[in-house]
Structures are given as structure tokens and as C-alpha cells.
Design a protein around this ligand. Structure first.
Ligand code: SAM
Length: 262
């Protein structure tokens, strides 16, 4: 965009490649009575495609300098509402409870450092059907990492516990203006209750995961020393593991069994 001073602090790299924009838009297949929430529409490149779907679209953009462009798009499209707020500070319920929507879709291309906060917020304040989000390529690899791999960590366990994760497409850095340092990947998170049904106490489950990964180089005996270690050892034994194992070798099922038995 000429004459626009892109703000690095807001992760402002705007998509220019129509093929990629179309791929992201077509990865969402809402029905009439669904709602799409777009976080960080920027100059509206993706928004223009989203409003072609027959459902309502609500966008949250933090940068008021984009008001002219986005307000124009809003007045041209009856199904679009643009809110100029920091998404992390809004109360999502205020916007989704205005109608009785069937399914909730979230889509966004945001700076990595707020991606986890955004996903946490979405899960806490709503029941998303799908979340389609663009992140740095290496970060995407962490989301779907398997036990034993270098990228596997508490974030992988947390996300795979809540969602079925699929890649939509890779995005070359040249597809943006200005061109960022790294390539990106678009990821789709589809809410699943596959594991949720098995967990007795979710807060406890989340705490065990967090504690298990506290010091990446330390083993479970050290990271979980404030828990009943003999009980944990008993469970690990069933899986041919012991307290010298590290958190990165444990599957979600194993974490669930530990948290359910403590
Ligand atoms: N979706 C557009 C595109 O693909 O061309 C813009 C993407 S750009 C990477 C990120 C956008 O998110 C920017 O417009 C930025 O101002 C906005 N943004 C950053 N932090 C935000 C926040 N906390 N709440 C809402 N919007 C935010």
C-alpha cells in the first residue's frame, strides 16, 4: 500500500498474493447461520473474500489508521462489521451473543507473539468450530510435533489436546508487503472432544503439562518433584518409561493418565 507506514510492532505484513488469499478463504466453509470472526484484517485483502460467503463477518483491527479502507468495505457489505479494538481486550461474548449463530469460525494472520494468547482467549470465551491462523513456518511445525521430536513441547500437547490440526498451505515470504524475514504456514485448528472426554480435571491436566515441561533439559523426577512421584512412576512403568524420562517423550494419553490418577 503506497503512503502507508507499516508498523512492525503490530506485525503489519499485508498479503498481496490473490492465490493464497483464495486458498485461505476457501478453507472456511460456513453456512448462512454461522459467523466468521477475522482478527487483524489490515487493508482487508482476506475480508473482501470472506464477505462473499453468505454468513456474517466481524473483524477486529487494532490500527485506526485503517479506518477509511475498512469502513468503506463495511458500508459496501451488509454482512460485515468492523470493530477497531485490540482483539485481546474485547469481550468476544458481547459480539457473538447478538444472534444465535450455529458455528463460529475464527481467522487471522497475526504476529506470532500473540498467537498463543489469541488461541487461549478464543477457547476461554467461546466454542470455536474452526480457527484458521497464519504463523511462521517453524512455529507451525511445533503445533503438530509428535513425542520425541525436537519441536514437541507444552504448546504441542495443549493444542493437540484441544484440536485436530491440519496444514492449509505454506506461504512464501514474497507474498507479503513488506516482505518479512521468514516464510509462513496457514494452519487449521478444528475443535475436537476426542481427549476432553477422558480428562477428569482440565485445570489439573494443564498444570501437569506446564510443570512437566518447566525445565526442558530436566527429567520428570525433577520437574514433577512436588507431586506423588511413586504414583507417577507406577503409571510410567506401564509405558516402559520411568522418572528419568523427559516430558518430551510422553504422549497426550500418558499425560491424561498421570493427571487423572494424582
Ligand atoms: N489480514 C491482513 C492481510 O493478510 O493482509 C493483515 C495481516 S497483518 C500480518 C496483521 C494485522 O493484525 C495488522 O493489520 C495489525 O494492525 C493487526 N493487529 C495486530 N495486533 C492486533 C490485535 N491485538 N488486535 C487486532 N488486530 C491486531
Amino acid at each position: 500500500m503506497s503512503n502507508f507506514e507499516y508498523k512492525k510492532s503490530l506485525g503489519q505484513n499485508f498479503l498481496q498474493n490473490q492465490n493464497i488469499i483464495n486458498k485461505i478463504a476457501s478453507s472456511l466453509t460456513p453456512s448462512k447461520n454461522d459467523l466468521i470472526i477475522e482478527i487483524g484484517p489490515g487493508a482487508g485483502a482476506l475480508t473482501k473474500e470472506l464477505v462473499k460467503k453468505e454468513c456474517d463477518v466481524i473483524c477486529f483491527e487494532i490500527d485506526k489508521r485503517l479506518e477509511n479502507i475498512l469502513n468503506k468495505l463495511e458500508s459496501d457489505n451488509n454482512n460485515l462489521k468492523v470493530i477497531f479494538e485490540d482483539f485481546l481486550k474485547v469481550n468476544i461474548k458481547t459480539y457473538i451473543d447478538t444472534k444465535k449463530y450455529d458455528k463460529l469460525y475464527f481467522v487471522g494472520n497475526l504476529p506470532y507473539y500473540i498467537t498463543t494468547a489469541i488461541i487461549n482467549k478464543i477457547i476461554k470465551e467461546s466454542t470455536p468450530y474452526e480457527i484458521v491462523i497464519m504463523v511462521q513456518k517453524e512455529v507451525a511445525e511445533r503445533f503438530n510435533a509428535t513425542p520425541g521430536s525436537r519441536e514437541y513441547g507444552s504448546l504441542s500437547v495443549f493444542l493437540q489436546y484441544n484440536f485436530k490440526i491440519e496444514k492449509v498451505c505454506d506461504v512464501n515470504k514474497k507474498c507479503f508487503e513488506p516482505i518479512p524475514k521468514v516464510d509462513s504456514t496457514v494452519i487449521k485448528f478444528k475443535t475436537t472432544s476426542k481427549y476432553k472426554e477422558k480428562v477428569k480435571n482440565e485445570d489439573k491436566f494443564y498444570k501437569i503439562i506446564k510443570d512437566s515441561f518447566t525445565h526442558k533439559r530436566k527429567n520428570l523426577r525433577n520437574n514433577l518433584m512436588n507431586y506423588d512421584l511413586s504414583k507417577i512412576e507406577e503409571i510410567l512403568k506401564k509405558y516402559n518409561k520411568d522418572l528419568t524420562s523427559r516430558a518430551e517423550s510422553l504422549t497426550i494419553e500418558e499425560f491424561i493418565e498421570i493427571s487423572n490418577n494424582l
